[in-house]
Design a protein around this ligand. Sequence first.
Ligand code: BGC
Length: 246
Amino acid sequence: MVTLGIDIGGSGIKGAPVNVTTGELVAERIRIETPLPSTPGNCAQVVNEIVRRFNYTGPIGVTFPAVVRHGVTLTAANVDKSWINCDAEKLLRAVTGMPAIVLNDGDAAGIAEMEFGAGKGVKGTVAMFTFGTGIGSAFFIDGVLFPNTEFGHLLIRDKDAEKRASAKVKEDKDLSWREWAARVNEFFVEIDKLFTPDLIIIGGGISKKFDKFEKFLRSNAKIVPAKFFNDAGIIGAAMAASKLQK
Ligand code: BGC
């Protein structure tokens, strides 16, 4: 079965049809810059454009970079504040005319990696972190997700972890791999202390460069890169959408 997965991010909105039986993208993904201001209405238009450009009809899965409960977006750290308390599923259904499901971006990426990627078949506690504009997180126990964990906002040195150790911070401050990894390690110390994960999966675009920073990372957990890099969110979104068809 093929469904469309769309990943709304702080800088880009990306989508592709996905074979949800194998986890593979069946067409090259489309990326459109996140509109400014990144209001619900503006982002919904971009989602609709991606749907049309693939000539797609059917359920769509959409990730969002904030807390999403039952299709309603509750926070908006790196997007326009008018998303707070927006019924995003209802909006996307109205704009696209398709059945839609909306979920947190970190959770979507984690779902894809647990089913087809770096966490496949792993029992115990798995933590996935996506490093991008912010830091997304997804926690699993024996493959079951605990949704909407928000570890990017764990306080480290009195600042949100993502304000110290996201991929954007590395870029903005021109940090070396060693310097950035030291910040990530401070975050992992807290995560280890609180949750003792068995496995940590590193996701987001930066996971493609894992070989550059792997040697600097420290944790009591095993650390591995995501299999799908930055596409994990699209795949997890499409998997969620396929549930609408059952
Ligand atoms: C948000 C999370 C999101 C993460 C990655 C954070 O600022 O609070 O919900 O998963 O960024 O986009």
